[in-house]
Design a protein around this ligand. Structure first.
Ligand SMILES: [Zn+2]
Length: 173
């Protein structure tokens, strides 16, 4: 987890204030949230986050839901595009010797009184982005597409050329 996020209080939940019943939190994350995280995939967007945290016999159970849109580079032309996202995450919080977050279980030291969900929110959003995402057909930046096509055509390796190169390398070696 990037160190800059550890002191982000906005998306923290104070565990000491948790009663017997579940606690519901609602946030909306936008450009400042994504900019602060400095991640390559998602740089902008507007996403509603609902989080429910419930105390269990041992530890806590967290259910997160995200819904909104993000701005990400299009696979085809690399220009920014808007992608709808919607997803869920389930987390468990348990006590342990030192802080650790493996994406599913957050381990916190016994004296830790609040948990920051900034990174978990980002992860839930990023995981909701489809692996393949492009502008609708015909909506891509045409200049950029042309350039990329030229580039990929030029960089394709030719097996005959590769064989020649390895022959030459053998001779020289
Ligand atoms: Zn595109």
């Amino acid at each position: 987890m990037p160190p800059s996020m550890s002191k982000n209080a906005s998306y923290s939940i104070d565990l000491l204030n948790l009663g017997a019943g579940p606690l519901d939190c609602k946030w909306q994350v936008g450009a400042p949230f994504f900019e602060a995280l400095e991640q390559d995939l998602v740089t902008d967007g507007l996403v509603d986050v609902t989080l429910r945290i419930k105390k269990k016999t041992a530890g806590y159970e967290v259910n997160m839901h995200i819904e909104g849109y993000v701005t990400i580079p299009c696979d085809r032309c690399l220009e920014p595009m808007r992608q709808e996202v919607s997803g869920d995450a389930e987390l468990k919080i348990q006590e342990g010797d030192e802080f650790c977050d493996d994406g599913q279980v957050i381990t916190i030291p016994a004296d830790m009184q609040s948990v920051d969900f900034t990174w978990n929110i980002y992860e839930c959003i990023a995981l909701s982005v489809p692996i393949s995402h492009t502008h609708p057909e015909g909506m891509c930046d045409s200049k950029m597409t042309e350039l990329l096509n030229e580039h990929s055509a030029a960089s394709k390796s030719d097996p005959r050329w590769d064989a020649l190169k390895s022959l030459k390398a053998d001779e020289e070696g």
